[in-house]
Design a binder for this molecule. Sequence first.
Ligand code: M6R
Length: 366
Amino acid sequence: DMGPYDHFMQKEIFEQPSAVANTLEMVFNAQSVSPGLFGNAAEKIFSKTHSLLILACGTSYHAGLVARYWMESVAGLPCAVEIASEYRYRNPVADPHTLVVGISQSGETADTLAAMNYAKQLGHLHSLAICNVAESALIRQTDLRFLTRAGPEIGVASTKAFTTQLASLLLLTVLLAKMRNKLSIEKEREMIAMLRHLPAALQASLQIEPEVQEWSQRFSEKRHALFLGRGMHYPIAMEGALKLKEISYIHAEAYASGELKHGPLALVDRDMPVVAIAPNDQLLGKLKSNLQEVNARGGELYVFADADTEIEESDSLHVIRLAEHAGILSPILHTIPLQLLAYHVALVKGTDVDKPRNLAKAVTVE
Ligand code: M6R
């Protein structure tokens, strides 16, 4: 049932506040994060975990990339993130006490399942699944699990699965930080309070839809686009580029903005729109000088900022602001405008939003 929506993707974008609230429900009730949320053996396994290896594909891989920033900065845990289809054909060195984390909406992605098995064969002792489907193969083959409670995701382009994966990964970060004595009780409470606010913050982000829609006509006339972000928003730029490619068929690439001058700046001209994620964080100053480099080459900039991001609009620099700056949760909120942009550009182009050409919802073959 589509309710008031025209497409499953649109419905699923707008379901994100409740999908995240459902995913975090048990934590909100308990006021603290306990290992039991991840399975009976979690306490024992987590107390021995000294690093993480995240394996995933596509959008789920992008969630893993964001988690790496959180794991390092909040929990002080080394964290590697690998594309499952690459990992399974390398000869990496296993570490028994590295926890292997598989992230998958479907839990049936062939490459992710094979990579998880391979990690075990190599000698990793323990595994955890973050997955949206309780009866999936991934859930059956891991020691520990956390279910994202996004509900069925029908649109091929993943939306609510991604934001619920991020919420779950932040929860895991808080738990591991706590178990490693990196987080005081007050700080844990603070983090939970931030998570509790997340559904409302997502709701507020969705309000910018009409502004994003205004940009979609101009975008739909382009053949290429660059997406820029820094720090934990770089993977969000990657996710935005993937969404645009998948459903609007516009070629889009994401770069960590510091990399611009090492090559991609040569591409920038009036026909190359540049989308930038500009949260009001400590990297903003750096990002702004990257954006000036684009401006100086005649590039057109589309900037997603926070309410309090200091950035000046001009004929070639357009700004849409999110309602607030969400600190460590910012990557989750900054996902919303990029999903909406891809959706509205696809609508203008008249593509099959829910079933883009050549793609399947679950990639169960290699
Ligand atoms: O079900 P999974 O999360 O394992 O799927 C992984 C990718 O196939 C998936 O995220 C894909 O990239 C989406 N179509 C992206 O929108």
